[in-house]
Design a protein around this ligand. Structure first.
Ligand code: S3P
Length: 175
């Protein structure tokens, strides 16, 4: 029996959580759960509208409630939103039952991946690269506090997935 019931991917926007998560889910035959997508479908509006109409605190409360719901379930690969680390309770709850892995990337790599995206309100308007660097700077200590970290800069989705599978198998006797 695997001591980790889920794999939870955290990390800044554009670090590959959803792409890697999908691939991990198909490799392990686990359910892929994208937290942002669930929030969007339950609220019936895209993330920029949730932020604009209801405010970021409302979004964080929805995130918090969803963490509690998902942490109680098993056999899921969970892609979180980049701000999940802002509330330490989120990481604590996931860590009790799941392998939590933080994906990282340089600000340059992040910019390349999110450059043409219009769905991330915290990076909208103005100098995107500066916004990435500022927000990353503010949150760096929170991402650094996660023991399992994988730098995705210059790595393929397949490579990152493989490394997480090794971590998962190695730590909990999976296979
Ligand atoms: C956010 C990241 C986004 C989304 C929201 C806020 C953040 O998710 O949850 O726009 O605070 O970093 P991704 O990391 O999937 O882009």
């Amino acid at each position: 029996m695997n001591k980790h019931q889920n794999i939870v991917l955290v990390g800044f926007m554009g670090t590959g959580k959803s792409a890697v998560g999908r691939r991990l889910a198909s490799a392990l035959k686990y359910e892929f759960v994208d937290m942002d997508s669930i929030i969007v479908s339950r609220e019936g509006k895209p993330i920029p509208r949730i932020f604009a109409e209801n405010g970021e605190p409302h979004f964080r409360a929805l995130e918090r409630a969803l963490v509690k719901e998902l942490a109680a379930k098993s056999r899921q690969i969970i892609a979180t939103g980049g701000g999940i680390v802002l509330n330490p309770d989120n990481i604590n709850d996931f860590s009790t039952t799941s392998l939590v892995v933080c994906l990282t990337a340089t600000p340059e790599a992040i910019l390349k991946r999110v450059e043409h995206d219009t769905n991330r309100p915290l990076l909208a308007g103005g100098d995107k690269f500066q916004k990435i660097k500022d927000l990353l700077g503010k949150r760096q200590h929170l991402y650094d506090a996660i023991p399992n970290r994988i730098d995705t800069t210059g790595s393929s989705i397949a490579d990152v997935t493989e490394r997480i599978l090794q971590l998962f198998g190695g730590q909990s006797g999976h296979k």
